[in-house]
Design a protein around this ligand. Structure first.
Ligand SMILES: Cc1cc2nc3c(=O)[nH]c(=O)nc-3n(C[C@H](O)[C@H](O)[C@H](O)COP(=O)(O)OP(=O)(O)OC[C@H]3O[C@@H](n4cnc5c(N)ncnc54)[C@H](O)[C@@H]3O)c2cc1C
Length: 475
């Protein structure tokens, strides 16, 4: 008889695990807290408009995964090119930053300061062997203090809610494309030829929003005999010594239990730990509590005009604006808004239950419209309707000691042979949906093929300190 596997969480990672297991006839049940699957990759539909939770797009280095996604999506998978900009001090800069753009758009004094501080950073790094401990170190060592203060510091502090001095450099290495002033100089002096390192431009996007990918995947899972239980919050892990025998969950206020042979968990790592019996986790609870997530509120505005701009993402660096990114969903798919209309989605980072999180939507709109106007986007008189959405577990906060706390939790969980934690929340790692999907598939293979992958290898997938987007197989 095939093993009975429980998958906790129905986001991209959990669904991919369930999809892989269902293909091979395993008895799979997904337990999902929300009323629909997709996790952070949900799309909300309202009055003919579609809004993701922050504009998503699909790119991957994994050819097989890309082929599978193309197969299940068929003609509903669109391809587009990204065009992203940074709005700063009334000017529009290319994103990723380009030295040429900065040179041409900044005044002479800022250019001189930027160049001098870059030289100081290079000198200090070589002479004093300055290490990259924090995010701030990483950026200043590569870009100099002036560009850090302009572009990176205020944006990062707004995104994470803490000073970049207290954020680990791990986050920077995968996220920031090098401006590489040295490279630019060498080219100017004709000492180097060839092209510079670039970001992946092309990407895939489903016609009806990113959530369509996971709606289709969930239909495939149930079509193959898998079960998906919605509105079910995992609340307890039932043990027999060091074996997980079953899971408890709460559905409509009623506690239910379900037995199993093995568990793939993709729910937030601290929540999984808290689901263990208290006497087991007493010593490690402080490690679980030390892992914090940054939340995000999204302001989704429907606009009575055909277009706003041709940008996929507009990054807002300055700390005086609460929004980090502005997006126009129509740039990803023309089916995101009715004909002749458009929409805007604002990403506003916050902490669960802080002032921004609790701010009434009317006040949030008022504040954001004023900010948008200052940024050159005046839609005040064109608003058809608006609503807000939010996520609690938006970003794992990479504090300076996060990896030590996380490892203690992994060591604890590794005592339970038939349980594996994976996914963005389950490994407390920052990565894109393609890695979440690859990880779910690897976790499933681990169970089916008797530890084909070590648990640690699954958790560490694609953790190389390489820019996530640079070498993707895209449209
Ligand atoms: C603003 C933003 C923009 C992004 N843009 C992109 C992009 O353009 N491209 C890209 O590839 N990636 C993007 N990402 C990242 C992408 O969303 C994630 O990598 C992906 O969703 C991770 O999938 P996951 O299954 O690991 O986690 P999640 O999507 O978080 O899924 C976890 C699931 O577990 C469920 N759950 C939690 N607790 C419980 C519980 N106790 N019981 C039962 N279920 C529970 C949740 O409801 C959720 O469905 C973005 C993320 C954010 C926040």
């Amino acid at each position: 008889m095939k093993k009975k596997i429980l998958v906790l969480g129905g986001g991209p990672c959990g669904l991919s695990a369930a999809w892989e297991l269902s293909k091979y006839g395993y008895d799979v049940t997904v337990i999902e807290k929300e009323s629909k699957v997709g996790g952070l990759c949900i799309t909300n539909e309202y009055k003919g408009y579609r809004f993701d939770l922050g504009g998503h797009r699909f790119i991957s280095k994994n050819k097989e995964l890309v082929e599978n996604v193309c197969r299940i999506m068929g003609e509903d998978l669109l391809t587009s090119d990204r065009k992203s900009v940074i709005l700063l001090k009334g000017k529009t800069f290319d994103y990723p930053l380009s030295a040429r753009d900065i040179f041409l758009k900044m005044d002479l004094w800022t250019n001189v300061k930027a160049f001098t501080s870059y030289l100081i950073a290079v000198f200090t790094k070589i002479v004093f062997r300055k290490k990259d401990i924090s995010f701030e170190d990483w950026i200043v060592n590569r870009f100099g203090r002036t560009l850090y203060n302009l572009f990176f510091g205020p944006y990062t502090e707004k995104l994470w809610g803490i000073s970049p001095k207290f954020i680990s450099s791990d986050w920077a290495s995968q996220r920031i494309s090098l401006l590489n002033l040295k490279d630019v100089l060498f080219r100017l002096l004709k000492l180097k030829k060839g092209t510079t390192r670039t970001y992946a431009k092309g990407y895939f996007y489903p016609k009806k929003g990113i959530g369509q990918m996971f709606d289709i995947m969930s239909d495939e899972i149930t079509g193959m005999g898998g079960k998906i239980i919605l509105n079910a919050t995992v609340s307890g892990i039932n043990l027999n010594n060091d074996t997980v025998e079953g899971i408890s969950y709460i559905q409509q206020g009623i506690k239910k239990t379900i037995d199993c042979d093995a568990v793939i968990s993709t729910i937030p790592l601290p929540d999984l730990i808290k689901a263990f019996p208290g006497y087991l986790t007493k010593d490690i609870m402080s490690n679980a509590s030390a892992l914090k997530f940054r939340s995000v509120r999204f302001l989704n505005i429907m606009v009575d005009q055909p277009d706003i701009s041709d940008n996929t993402w507009m990054y807002v660096s300055e700390g005086k604006y609460i929004v980090t990114r502005i997006q126009e969903p129509k740039r990803r798919s023309p089916f995101s808004a009715p004909e002749g209309k458009t929409s805007v989605m604002l990403e506003i980072p916050c902490n669960e239950n802080d002032d921004t999180w609790n701010c009434p939507k009317e006040s949030l709109l008022k504040r954001c419209l004023a900010d948008l106007k200052e940024l050159g986007i005046d839609i005040q008189d064109k608003i058809i309707d608006y609503f807000t959405t939010s996520v609690i577990h938006g970003y794992p906060v990479y504090s300076l000691d996060y990896s030590m706390h996380r490892q203690k939790l992994f060591d604890f969980l590794d005592c339970y042979e038939n349980l594996i934690t994976c996914g963005r929340q389950g490994t407390f790692r920052y990565f894109f949906m393609d890695t979440a999907m690859e990880m779910g598939i690897a976790a499933a293979q681990n169970l089916m093929l008797d530890n084909l992958w070590k648990k640690e290898d699954v958790r560490l997938m694609r953790s190389e300190k390489e820019l996530i987007e640079a070498t993707s197989v895209t449209a």
